[in-house]
Design a protein around this ligand. Structure first.
Ligand code: CA
Length: 239
C-alpha cells in the first residue's frame, strides 16, 4: 500500500511541484491550501507524513503542528515544516515546534525527497522497502550491505550514500550540485570536484571484470545510474 502524504501549502506552484515529485516516487498525495482545512483533513484520516507550511491562511502551520502533537491520534505523526528563508529561519530553530524536521524555501526537491524518505524510514521502518535493486546490484539500506551479482562489495560511507541516491532514481541524470545536495546536504560547502572523486571511488568499488560500468557520465550534465547496463544473466541455482 502506498504511503500517504498530506501537503498543507498555500503556494500553488510549490504544491504542484511537490505533488508531481512525490507521486513519481510512489506516494499518494493529498493537498490543502489552508491550515484549518488541513486540520479537518487530519481528523478524517491520518496520513503517514505531513509537509506543513509555516505561514498558512486559516490556521498557521506552527499552531497546527502544536495541535497535531496534542491529539493522541497524531502525536507521533511525522511532520516536516516548510519555512521561508529569512523571517522564520532562526526562530524555527529556537522554537519547540514539535516538527520532526524542517526545510527552508527555496529547497532542492531531491533533498526534500531524501528527508521524507529518511523520516518515514525512522517513523515506519516496517513499511519502507529497505532493499533497492538496479541491474545486478542490490543495496540494503538497513544492513548497509551492497552486492553485485550476489557478491558482497565494500563501500565507504559516502560511496554508499551516493549509490543509494543514484539507485533511487535509475536512469535519471543528476548534476554535481544535485548530488551534493542529496548526498552531502545543502548546508555543507564542498567543492563539486569532490563529487567526481567519490564517483570515481564508487566506480572502482563496484566494478567487476567483464561487467559493464553501471555509472554513466553525461558530459556537461552529471551522472546517472544506467538502468540498462545489466547483461541478461543465466538462471543460477539458489545458494
Ligand atoms: Ca505560506
Amino acid at each position: 500500500m502506498a504511503m500517504r502524504i498530506l501537503i498543507a501549502e498555500d503556494e500553488e506552484s510549490l504544491t504542484l511541484l511537490l505533488r508531481y515529485n512525490l507521486e513519481a516516487e510512489g506516494y499518494e498525495v493529498d493537498a490543502v491550501a489552508r491550515g484549518d482545512e488541513a486540520e479537518l483533513r487530519l481528523r478524517e484520516q491520518v496520513p503517514d507524513l505531513v509537509l506543513l507550511d509555516w505561514m498558512l491562511p486559516g490556521l498557521s502551520g506552527i499552531e497546527l503542528c502544536r495541535r497535531i502533537r496534542l491529539r493522541r491520534e497524531t502525536e507521533r505523526l511525522p511532520v516536516i515544516m516548510l519555512t521561508a528563508r529569512g523571517e522564520e529561519g532562526d526562530r524555527v530553530r529556537g522554537l519547540a515546534t514539535g516538527a520532526d524536521d524542517y526545510v527552508t524555501k527555496p529547497f532542492s526537491v531531491p533533498e526534500l525527497l531524501a528527508r521524507v524518505r529518511a523520516l518515514l524510514r525512522r517513523a515506519k521502518p516496517g513499511r519502507v522497502a529497505n532493499l533497492l535493486a538496479a541491474g545486478d546490484i542490490e543495496l540494503d539500506r538497513e544492513t548497509h550491505r551492497v552486492r553485485r551479482a550476489g557478491k558482497e562489495l565494500h563501500l565507504g560511507p559516502t560511496e554508499f550514500k551516493l549509490l543509494e541516491f543514484l539507485m533511487q532514481s535509475p536512469g535519471r541524470v543528476f548534476s554535481r550540485e544535485q548530488l551534493l545536495d542529496g548526498v552531502w546536504g545543502r548546508d555543507v560547502y564542498i567543492d563539486e570536484r569532490t563529487v567526481d572523486v567519490h564517483v570515481g571511488r564508487l566506480r572502482k568499488a563496484i566494478s567487476r571484470p567483464r561487467s559493464p560500468d553501471p555509472i554513466r557520465t553525461v558530459r556537461g550534465a552529471g551522472y546517472a545510474l544506467d538502468e540498462t547496463y545489466a547483461p541478461p544473466s543465466p538462471p543460477s541455482p539458489e545458494t
